[in-house]
Design a protein around this ligand. Sequence first.
Ligand code: KG4
Ligand code: ZN
Length: 341
Amino acid sequence: MTAILGIETSCDETSVAVVDDGRRVRCNLTATQFDLHAKYGGVVPEIASRAHIERLDALVEEALTQATCQPDEIDAIAVTQMPGLIGSLLVGVTAAKTLAWAWDKPLVGVNHIHAHATSAAIDLPHDPWPAVALVVSGGHTSLYLVRDYDDIRLLGATIDDAAGEAFDKVASILKLGFPGGPIVDKRAAQGNPNRVKLPRTMLGEVSLDFSFSGLKTAVLYHVHGPGRTTGGLERLGESDINDICASFSAAVIDVLVEKTLAAARGFGVKTVVVGGGVAANSMLRARLGERCAKDGLALHLTPMKFCTDNGAMIAALGYHLFSRGRRDDLSLSARASIGLA
Ligand code: KG4
Ligand code: ZN
């Protein structure tokens, strides 16, 4: 048995997990920071990194206690190295390097987006590869061809807003609160997805890239009037807001579903996996389920508890990389961006 301690601090969630053999999650503890950022309507990087510093040590200690695990029973430490907010990443990477040095353990740096792309496998008895992976989070919307944990190829990505970012911005236009995704999801369930005509930006027939900024602007103008950015919200009732949430969600999800299925067809892959915060969205889960069943594709949705940022997915991917020989040394450095990877 191989036990991995996973540390995730790329954005506004401090999360620590202990996972055996990439699948048995002994403990996955997450401290969210919603309360600290809510009044600003988005994540403030300096506040996020400071909160990680204040919380991480205690969370590591608590995770080991809950997993009934001594430091000497840990086989390696996996940490999110990229991409994310640089100050936040630095806290996790520095803590992981310090523990690796103090406990004399191997260190594995993990790509956060690759961890989302492979998180559906945590609860599966077997690896589902090859698969097309849709990663939909607050910072990223990407399609990958996953042949193995260390063979993940980017097929397409958003050229502007990420899907989660679009959910958050629409929630902010409608003054629904932060983070917007879960609130828009709930309101959409009570609304009519055909009420408001909104664009589905496909960027051409063969493109696997995404664009959501036009959709966000269309919602803005629908609420306030063409070319206007304020003044229209008061005219809307609760059911109008529900209909806007449903119509917006349907527009995002139509594009996500079409492109994911096109990627599976294009690469002759029979399995689709989905991860990232927006993978928790109920309309996305339902519509992808229907379409994959119709096209004869196996669909593995990441379990809800591993959709938003968590240490378990970092420990799990860390395990698979570690067992394929990956080791990092104490020169491991945090990277805000991954470029096209
Ligand atoms: O993966 P994640 O925790 O952080 C990043 O790596 O970005 O994703 C957070 C994003 C936020 O934009 C949040 O609004 C969105 O995921 N989200 C949702 C839902 N739950 C979280 N979006 C739509 N529907 C949801 N149920
Ligand atoms: Zn994430």
